[in-house]
Design a protein around this ligand. Sequence first.
Ligand SMILES: CC(C)(COP(=O)(O)OP(=O)(O)OC[C@H]1O[C@@H](n2cnc3c(N)ncnc32)[C@H](O)[C@@H]1OP(=O)(O)O)[C@@H](O)C(=O)NCCC(=O)NCCS
Length: 319
Amino acid sequence: MTAATHLLGASFPQYLRPLDLSRDLNRVADLVELCFAERLDSDGRRYVRQMRQAARNPALLGLTRVNPAFSGFVWEEGGALLGNLNLLPVWAMGQRAYLIANVAVHPQHRRRGIARALTEAALDAAENQGIRRAWLQADADNEGAQALYRRLGFQEKVRRTTWHLLHLSDAAATPPGIRTEPRRRADWVAQRRWLALTYPPAVSWHLPLDRKALDPGLRGSLARLLSDRDLRQWSALAGTELLGVLAWQSSHLQADWLWLAAAPERAANVLAALAPAARRATPAHRKLALDLPAGDNEEALQRLGFEAHQTLVWMQLEL
Ligand SMILES: CC(C)(COP(=O)(O)OP(=O)(O)OC[C@H]1O[C@@H](n2cnc3c(N)ncnc32)[C@H](O)[C@@H]1OP(=O)(O)O)[C@@H](O)C(=O)NCCC(=O)NCCS
């Protein structure tokens, strides 16, 4: 018997129930806003606003970033919504999976087992639907949440930092002997190989990296035609040797994306050469976001003016 069924059968029979989008969404937004107050960035705040819009007008659900297949469980006690957990269907590493998100318990009701019961109910529901894997993310400094998930059997798979660059630092300078130029068709073979190193399957399923659009061939032309994103790419070379490629892709969120392709031992030099090129050639008011394994190239990034925006621990459970 899981903790959820134990609680359901014992002292809290009526409190845990499936999320009802038609009546819960506004209160879920309130709870998420309250519980993640310090952690919500501008994209997070926009997401909460969209939840409220969808609560007012369910027809908008498909038009917002709130996934229309949004489901989950809530904990309602004495008429108040005290806990929430959402389940988002995802396709991760070649498999159907659930992403567990927005796990939030009212500050005055923590350490009563509410999050644990919500998570166990969600895992039971996933298993009953034939889903074999659950994913979630927690901020690296959110020890409490990580402890909760580890106790339920989740294991850390990757730890990634998103870096933001707005203004280049005065110290940014192209390393001697390296030149930059627009990405050449012939660079794609190495670029694709290096992209697979920086963005392995365990992370690429949740990043908006559209590899097809970077392809210089027909496949890429078609992907770019169908995409509403702008794209630019630059290569760094020493003599005739290709050292790496940096792609820039516009986005509708708080920052545009940079995608790094370089052998790990070259990454710092490639960034030093190409991040300034990308910064100078793209809209100056837009932040640039770069997602990398936590701990990688920190000094080089800080020297260029990047700031660590967020480090996330991605955890997975096989059901
Ligand atoms: C994280 C959070 C959801 C936990 O909710 P909760 O209902 O208090 O958690 P539970 O009572 O079910 O805790 C179950 C177990 O998880 C671990 N745990 C939960 N919170 C913890 C904390 N702050 N510190 C250490 N361990 C913690 C403990 O092992 C706990 O068991 P115990 O109380 O018997 O020691 C809640 O603190 C919260 O809403 N935080 C803000 C939002 C957030 O960070 N959400 C998670 C996003 S990934």
